[in-house]
Design a protein around this ligand. Structure first.
Ligand code: FDM
Length: 212
């Protein structure tokens, strides 16, 4: 970074199927970075607190039925609602650790009948792009050994298997794939090293946009 200017924060997204340990690892990483005095915040999508988020929450809890296309657009709108704030925070030097983002958006919707990946990608085009996607890779059989999936709409074995296939299709060489079957501490250590490296290397690079 140029001296006298604030280095921008890194936009680090965690992805993976349900029960892969994303929520645990994002929380661990934020705590680890805070203890190193890194300016960092945790976010998650969907953000269930906004107007679109409340409809999404009800949909996920099976409270309302929505057309597959319509709810896909709501998930995307839910990210667009945060796009300006994300850009501002990154520019001000805050690193954002994000639990799910546009890849979940595409991979979950495209697991439904008649929804294809290209169509699903379109509404997110132009959003701030992550500097890194950390993918916690776990077989569905192993995810299920961690206890039953919950009660929400998508927490079913067949559906999660399709989601994982979609993630594997969307994966690019730049994704950091982590073997999520290992003990929590070992994974957390690997991720901390990775994150520090990402934070350093993106400080003087411009933020990109999806889907590049
Ligand atoms: N999900 C999440 C989607 O279907 N589309 C999206 O754009 C996003 C961000 O919502 F099953 C799904 C993934 C998951 C559910 O996520 C809620 P959390 O992480 O369990 O709250």
């Amino acid at each position: 970074a140029v001296s006298g200017m604030t280095a921008r924060g890194a936009f680090i997204v965690f992805e993976g199927v349900d029960r892969c340990g994303k929520t645990t690892q994002t929380q661990r990483l934020v705590a680890a970075l805070q203890s190193r005095k890194v300016d960092v915040e945790l976010c998650r999508f969907p953000d269930r607190t906004t107007a679109t988020g409340k409809i999404i929450d009800s949909y996920l809890k099976n409270g309302v039925e929505l057309d597959d296309h319509a709810v896909h657009l709501l998930f995307s709108a839910n990210r667009w609602e945060s796009a300006q704030a994300i850009r501002k925070k990154l520019a001000a030097g805050t690193t954002l650790i994000v639990d799910r983002y546009a890849h979940s958006g595409v991979c979950f919707s495209a697991a439904k009948q008649g929804m294809d990946i290209e169509w699903c990608k379109a509404p997110d085009a132009g959003l701030p792009a992550p500097d890194a996607v950390i993918f916690l890779k776990l077989a569905i059989a192993d995810a299920m050994k961690r206890g039953q999936f919950g009660e929400e709409r998508y927490e079913k074995q067949d559906f999660q298997t399709k989601v994982l296939d979609n993630f594997m299709q969307m994966k690019t060489d730049s994704w950091r794939v982590i073997d999520a079957k290992r003990p929590i501490d070992a994974i957390a250590e690997e991720i901390e090293t990775l994150a520090l490296d990402i934070i350093n290397s993106c400080a003087d690079k411009p933020l990109e946009t999806l889907w590049k």
